[in-house]
Design a protein around this ligand. Structure first.
Ligand SMILES: *[C@@H]1O[C@H](CO)[C@@H](O)[C@H](O)[C@H]1NC(C)=O
Ligand SMILES: *[C@@H]1O[C@H](CO)[C@@H](O)[C@H](O)[C@H]1NC(C)=O
Ligand SMILES: *[C@@H]1O[C@H](CO)[C@@H](O)[C@H](O)[C@H]1NC(C)=O
Ligand SMILES: *[C@@H]1O[C@H](CO)[C@@H](O)[C@H](O)[C@H]1NC(C)=O
Ligand SMILES: *[C@@H]1O[C@H](CO)[C@@H](O)[C@H](O)[C@H]1NC(C)=O
Length: 954
């Protein structure tokens, strides 16, 4: 037979097995239940699990199905890519206790009313599907229900009164739908939500609920923990009955139209209170007895004008206090900043006045003080305070030359990425991702969207690490096949909800099976499954557009067809043909994936022996990068170099990156490329632009770097970027860059010579810290400590000794760095009008004079007259040593670092203890310049005449 010639013995046995399967008699499953499943699949669902063949769901252990006494009790089909409608047949699976269809975005249509027949149901979730229409009233007859989640669908209509019958319910989530009408409470004839005395969670946010919050909803019998009614259209006042529910931990009523006086006294268990963006009036509520409060936001209400209440400083657990636009006035007490856990204070847009004094016993956890748009006139500077301070829009900012760094409208701070860098080998298998435990696998990926959290500052990596650990531990303790979890890319969405990217890696194998996948995604929307994850609150999980199983399904549909229809010989033949086809296809796919995986040869202990270790970089697919750069649009080009173009990209999750794409001519061999990223991945220093990942596909080599927001030093010196750098800031940038280079020379083994140190390769981040870019794009420094090469460097920066020897050493970088130091002083390009900066400065210098007599013609006018230029002479001396003709006479980068540290320290010593109170003071507070000394040009000198005399007279 042709068939047996085509197939090996294994396939023949498989075929026989399949054949027998087809005729197997439904043994263990109730025939009625099987009929229902068949009907559901036939009429409505596409993409059902591939194991759903034959006629015995219980006996054959169909994925997602669990049975008891031949009846189907559990259907957990979360995140399976099911598509179509849910028909009324579902109502016949009357033994069902758990029904979880969550995260199947292509399930549409109405929820059938027959669902109310599933009287034994305790758990019902359709979270994150696309159901629409009204919520069936009949759900109210599911009296065993403990958990009901209808969130993130498109339901309309009202909350059924019948929900008041669900007396066992502890969790009711309808978040993020289009549900309107009033919150139903009971009367003589109808039940209502007030009857649910055992419930713990009312999650009703992001709907269109209207009317008042009925006072009857709350009573002392209730055991509510969360009342989340945010982002609706609720009116009237917050009923005082809410204070009867002493168990309450989270109240979230922001973004409604609530009015009236707020009384929350006695709610001593409260940990988070969100009341912002309403029309609340009366005195600002006193929360002084709520000692567990961590997060308070009452912004944008119409409370009576008041001074800062004492309780602001007495709450010992408070991390975040947000009171924007609440008519606060008067002085800011020093004690405001002293609560030990405090991280964030936002009191912008109020009428606070007088002197701002943070004092010395301020919370060392403080990351942000936002006092924009107040009437603050004076400021007592605190040098060691490391957080951000925003004072823009205060009278103090009008004063010339003072505090300019706190007074700019700052950009959104760049949020650090918590994704750890791990050791992973280089092999990047098509779309696999390296797990925190260094295994390549296909993770479950998606977004965690927190309904509330108890902190505002996103920068604390330890939160995310403990979240990863806690989630992993919880899954593992439930015997779910989770190896590890990574959260990353933390951001806030447009409504202020915290979102995190989540990757869950499988244990045992490189991908999850359907059952494992479903169990995990199912639990992810069952927040009750997890222990308290403080400081994180409840969340929703949103699955990425998921093609996890679709590839598998294509080859297995045939099995289903056979299972469901009569079998003839013709069909069998068809099957064989299909199988042969499938095998061929698979071989093709394998071949294709080898092509896609340039490093495949390292996998099978190929010629090069052991697989090289590199720290974990992400391997991006070409498609992903293409998408992130809007198809490499010109608008996203942020630079061009010999290597190719540099694009700005925005990854899913909003993280910005810089993508260096090699041009056709500059593609390297795979070995060279691998060596290069291996090298780069080992390097991490805060003053070096770090590599996040790469893309290597046929005809493409790209490196993905962190995005550094404020452009290059060159653009700032030339004025092109609009950023004006003060003298102290220039010193700081010089120090940063020197540290980055010293690291490359002395802390990387083998050392790296940059070979193209220039001001356009020094980038400035959002805090104007310097970061060296473009290193390592050439060969390593060999053991002989010099390398012969043909790298040319850039005109104006090249070590003169290089022309003689054609060898670069670390001292070549020192020379180039010296040129940058001269740029920082003069504001000129290395070669301008045919004159070389090194010569120009040398000629003009007069060491016997103040500032070496450089101030008239040589110094950059931006700095020449604006401050005392403390340490300038030493800086010039150092620069001159760096640009010595002979290498032996130049200092090492490490020596340069030490010197600049000294200069900087002295430059700042004299001013950082001063109180900035006098706008005529000649001393600029340079301690403050560390943060963001962006000086507006117009502010700096009002007319064309520069005040030459100021410094000369000194
Ligand atoms: C529903 O649950 C009850 C109690 O566990 C059980 O006795 C009954 O048989 C179940 N109903 C069905 C249809 O399985
Ligand atoms: C939800 O319904 C509205 C109108 O009822 C429709 O415009 C929208 O596209 C729907 N959204 C989804 C995700 O189905
Ligand atoms: C009770 O509430 C239902 C639903 O809102 C309403 O239709 C009914 O008229 C009310 N009955 C009384 C007596 O108020
Ligand atoms: C600060 O504001 C308060 C209240 O508006 C006012 O009484 C006081 O005079 C102001 N103080 C200063 C120094 O402007
Ligand atoms: C979560 O992790 C932190 C840090 O590892 C730990 O202290 C805490 O107890 C954990 N919480 C739970 C509920 O496991």
């Amino acid at each position: 037979m042709i068939v047996s010639q085509l197939m090996g013995p294994k396939q023949q046995i498989f075929l026989l097995f399949l054949f027998l399967q087809v005729f197997a008699i439904a043994a263990k499953t109730d025939t009625g239940d099987f009929a229902v499943l068949s009907a559901l699949m036939k009429d409505s669902w596409k993409n059902k699990p591939s194991s759903w063949t034959g006629g015995d769901p219980c006996g054959d252990k169909w994925e997602g199905i669990q049975c008891s006494n031949s009846r189907i009790t559990d259907m957990v089909l979360s995140g399976q890519g099911l598509a179509g409608k849910l028909t009324g047949d579902i109502g016949n699976l009357i033994a069902l206790e758990k029904l979880d269809l969550s995260l199947n975005k292509d399930l549409t249509g109405n929820l059938p009313p027959t669902i109310g027949n599933l009287k034994n149901l305790t758990y019902l979730s359709v979270h994150g599907c696309s159901f629409s229409g009204p919520i069936p009233d009949t759900i109210g007859s599911l009296k065993q229900l403990l958990y009901l989640s209808l969130g993130a669908n498109n339901f309309t209509g009202e909350i059924p009164h019948s929900f008041g019958n669900l007396l066992k319910l502890y969790w009711l989530d309808i978040t993020d739908n289009n549900i309107s009408g009033e919150i139903p409470v009971s009367n003589e004839t109808s039940p209502g939500l007030d009857l649910l005395v055992g419930i713990q969670h009312f999650h009703f946010g992001q709907n269109e609920l209207e009317g008042t919050i009925p006072p009857q909803l709350f009573s002392s019998k209730m055991n509510l923990l969360h009342v989340l009614f945010d982002d609706n259209r609720l009116t009237g006042s917050i009923p005082s009955t809410i204070t009867l529910v002493r168990t309450l931990e989270v109240i979230k009523l922001d973004r409604n139209s609530l009015s009236g006086v707020v009384n929350l006294s006695g709610l001593v268990s409260l940990t988070e209170l969100y009341l912002s963006n309403n029309k609340l009036t009366g005195p600002m509520p006193d929360l002084g007895d709520m000692n567990r409060l961590t997060y308070v936001d009452m912004s944008n209400n119409s409370f009576d004008a008041s001074s800062i209440p004492q309780w602001f400083s007495s709450l010992q657990s408070l991390t975040t206090l947000i009171m924007e636009n609440t008519l606060l006035q008067g002085r800011i007490p020093v004690s405001l900043f002293s609560s030990a856990q405090l991280q964030t204070i936002v009191l912008s847009n109020n009428k606070l006045n007088g002197t701002l004094d943070i004092g010395t016993s301020y919370s060392r956890k403080l990351k942000l003080i936002d006092l924009q748009k107040n009437d603050i006139t004076q400021f007592t500077e605190v040098y060691e305070y490391n957080g951000a301070l925003k004072l823009q829009g205060n009278p103090i900012c009008g004063k010339k030359g003072l505090l300019e760094n706190y007074c700019i409208v700052s950009q959104q701070p760049q949020v650090p990425n918590s994704a750890q860098r791990n050791n992973c080998d280089i092999a990047c298998r098509s779309n696999q991702i390296c797990s925190p435990n260094c295994k390549y696998a296909y993770p479950i990926t998606g977004t965690l969207r927190f309904l509330f959290v108890s902190f505002q500052d996103l920068g604390d990596a330890s939160y995310y690490q403990s979240l990863e650990a806690n989630l992993t531990k919880t899954f593992q303790s439930q015997k779910l096949p989770v190896d590890s979890i990574r959260v990353s890319d933390q951001r806030r969405d447009m409504h202020g909800y915290l979102e995190l990217r989540l990757q869950i890696f499988p244990s045992g194998s490189d991908r999850f099976n359907r059952t494992g996948f479903s169990m995990i995604t199912s639990q992810l929307n069952n927040f009750g499954f997890f222990p308290p994850l403080y400081p994180f609150g409840s969340f929703h999980f949103i699955l990425d557009n998921n093609e996890y199983f679709t590839v598998h399904n294509k080859s297995s549909n045939i099995g289903i067809i056979i299972g469901a229809s009569a079998v003839g010989f013709a069909l069998l033949l068809l099957l064989l043909v299909a199988l042969v086809y499938a095998f061929n296809q698979r071989r093709k796919v394998e071949r294709a994936s080898q092509l896609r995986d340039p490093f495949a040869s390292w996998d099978n202990n190929g010629k090069s022996g052991s697989r090289p270790q590199i720290t974990g970089l992400r391997c991006f697919s070409f498609e992903e990068i293409k998408k992130s750069t809007s198809n490499f649009s010109d608008a996203n080009i942020i630079g061009t170099g010999g290597y190719g173009k540099v694009y700005r990209g925005i990854l899913t999750g909003g993280i910005q990156v810089a993508i260096k794409r090699a041009e056709q001519g500059s593609l390297q061999g795979s070995v060279e490329f691998k060596t290069e990223i291996e090298l780069l991945s080992m390097i991490y220093h805060k003053n070096l632009v770090s590599l996040l990942g790469f893309c290597y596909e046929v005809g493409e080599q790209m490196l993905v770097y962190e995005y550094v927001s404020n452009g290059s030093l060159k653009d700032s010196i030339s004025g092109k970027s609009g950023i004006r750098l003060s003298w102290e800031r220039r010193l700081k940038i010089a120090l940063d860059s020197a540290r980055g280079l010293a690291y490359l020379h002395d802390h990387v083994n083998p050392p790296i010579i940059h070979r193209d140190v220039k001001s356009s390769n020094i980038l400035l981040d959002d805090q104007l810290n310097g970061k060296v870019a473009d290193f390592g794009l050439s060969k390593l420094l060999g053991p002989s400590s010099h390398v012969s090469d043909n790298v040319k460097g850039t005109m104006g920066y090249v070590d003169p000794e290089y022309y003689l020897t054609l060898h670069s050493t670390e001292k070549s970088d020192v020379y180039s760095f010296g040129v940058i130091m001269l740029e920082l002083i003069t504001g000129r390009k290395p070669i301008e009008h045919g004159r070389y900066i090194v010569t120009v400065v040398k000629m003009a210098m007069d060491k016997t004079k103040h500032l070496y007599n450089l101030q008239h013609l040589i110094l950059d006018p931006t700095i020449a007259f604006s401050s005392t230029l403390k340490g300038l002479e030493k800086f010039v001396d150092l620069a001159m040593r760096c640009v010595e003709e002979l290498r032996v006479n130049r200092p090492t980068m490490t020596e340069v670092v030490k010197e600049i540290e000294n200069i900087l320290q002295q430059a700042c010593l004299h001013s950082d203890v001063e109180m900035v109170s006098n706008s005529n003071s000649q001393h600029v507070s340079s301690g403050s310049s560390f943060y963001s000394p962006i000086i507006n040009k117009d502010q700096e000198y009002s007319s064309g005449s520069f005040p030459y005399s100021e410094i000369e007279l000194k």
